[in-house]
Design a protein around this ligand. Structure first.
Ligand code: TMP
Ligand code: ASP
Length: 237
């Protein structure tokens, strides 16, 4: 399968058409942004790590009953995926207070929740991805009630599975963001990526941050953190 036209370029990935109208090629970049593109940089080797990590994790999720867009990895940076139209929702599950949750609700980072929280943001850069609830998503026509229920069920299942996978690597899954898409026939599948760009991952013992927060917060050791979590994951498989 070969790349044809550039269909879309996002902050961290490019998406190309292929000869097959149902299939696209995703190409992961080393570019990193934060705060809605205000902060820009590169993380050397990130594209390849995120590509391979996302594929490993999605393959595991698929095996456990969560449908995904993954078809097959083509090379270090590129993956063949099913064409979807993205549901414009950022679907976030949290196990521990951090980031915008801590800021919004005045809760110290690191407070462990008794139950995971599920939250939705409207995926809209111009509006700064505002938080919304199911009724808002319905009013905006972003998804149906049935789709929202399925998205919630899949997101919580993904959380349970990812917690197990990362737990086996000595890594605590603090929170993550996923996106879902619709196939041509309307089937909802997990899309986008699962990587240190989209998850908060802490060393289970030391709570050292091993994810994109090192870039967002200028903590240094960004590349090393990506390499370390990737190594821990591959060593545990
Ligand atoms: P938040 O605490 O900033 O809302 O982030 C929650 C999770 O979502 C965290 O794991 C990082 C991830 N995330 C993205 O993947 N993309 C984004 O644009 C943002 C803001 C967060
Ligand atoms: N990817 C988002 C942006 O560019 C933010 C983030 O991951 O923090 O702004």
């Amino acid at each position: 399968m070969e790349k044809q036209e550039l269909l879309y370029e996002g902050k961290a990935k490019k998406v190309y058409t292929t000869q097959d109208p149902e299939l696209l090629i995703v190409s992961y970049k080393d570019d990193a942004t934060a705060f809605n593109g205000l902060k820009k940089g590169t993380i050397a080797g990130k594209g390849s790590i995120n590509n391979r990590m996302s594929n490993l994790l999605m393959a595991r999720l698929e095996k456990e009953g969560v449908p995904t867009h993954l078809v097959r990895e083509l090379n270090d940076r590129e993956t063949l995926v099913k064409r979807v139209s993205i549901v414009p929702l950022e679907v976030i599950v949290r196990n521990i207070a951090a980031g915008s949750f801590s800021k919004r609700y005045g809760v110290e980072e690191g407070v462990v929740f008794e139950q995971p929280t599920f939250e939705l943001s409207y995926k809209n850069d111009e509006l700064g991805d505002p938080l919304l609830n199911d009724d808002h998503a319905l009013a905006l026509g972003l998804a149906t009630r049935e789709e929202l229920a399925l998205i919630r069920r899949y997101a919580l299942a993904v959380n349970g599975l990812l917690r197990k996978i990362w737990g086996a690597c000595g890594v605590t899954l603090v929170d993550f963001k996923v996106e879902f898409g619709r196939l041509g026939d309307g089937t909802i599948v997990l899309a986008d990526e699962i990587s240190p760009d989209t998850c908060r991952l802490w060393d289970a013992d030391t709570r050292e941050k091993l994810d994109k927060d090192r870039f967002r917060r200028d903590l240094g050791g960004v590349e090393e953190a990506y390499v370390q979590v990737m190594e821990r994951l591959t060593n545990s498989l």
